[in-house]
Design a binder for this molecule. Structure first.
Ligand code: NI
Length: 188
């Protein structure tokens, strides 16, 4: 077990394009995914990208907690934590939706971020098998957030209204937003 240090906004590793993983079945990739799992368990959150632990490889971990489920997601019980290696995303339609996001590399803040509501994803799983599918709602959001990390993009760079960038503590004290606890962002 290894808990890795998380890079914060401003670190060069979060600004560069991460590299394709040449051999997704290589032992060092499995080792990295194991360490990322431990790190995410320790930090708490719904996703983590390799650059966030200072490794510039195209690897992300993500999950959909059951409380994030919606009919729109098409998921009954959420989605267990999954790894995606060399992921490729494409929007299925132009529709976008605002939602609150947080990020382990931008601690203490949350912001309202527009994301595509439906995407197609492909890549390889932790066993090196090809995977592909469609993602909607929160599932689509967390994938877009994590895969942005592989291209040097943090969620504030996707925001269209920076007046909606808040310290979580102030949000809790001074507003009713997000209105229900399930809508509070999990870090990714
Ligand atoms: Ni993040």
């Amino acid at each position: 077990m290894a808990i890795l240090k998380i890079a914060k906004m401003g670190h060069p590793v979060l600004k560069r394009r991460a590299e394709e993983v040449a051999d997704p079945r290589a032992p060092e990739v499995a080792r990295l995914i194991g360490h990322m799992n431990d790190t995410l368990n320790d930090a708490g959150g719904v996703g983590l990208a390799a650059p966030q632990v200072h490794v510039p490889w195209r690897v992300v971990l993500y999950e959909v907690p059951p409380e994030r489920d919606s009919a729109e997601d098409g998921l009954a019980q959420g989605l267990p934590r999954s790894a995606l290696i060399n992921p490729v995303l494409e929007p299925l339609a132009d529709d976008m939706e605002d939602g609150w996001e947080g990020c382990l590399s931008v601690p203490g803040l949350q912001g309202l971020v527009p994301r595509y509501t439906s995407i197609r994803y492909s890549g390889m799983d932790a066993e090196g098998q090809s995977v592909a599918g469609e993602a909607h709602g929160f599932h689509a959001r967390v994938l877009q957030h994590e895969c942005d990390h592989l291209d040097g993009v943090l969620y504030p760079m996707r925001m269209t209204d920076l007046s909606q960038l808040h310290f979580v503590t102030e949000m809790r004290h001074y507003t009713n937003e997000p209105p229900d606890p399930a809508a509070e962002p999990d870090d990714g």
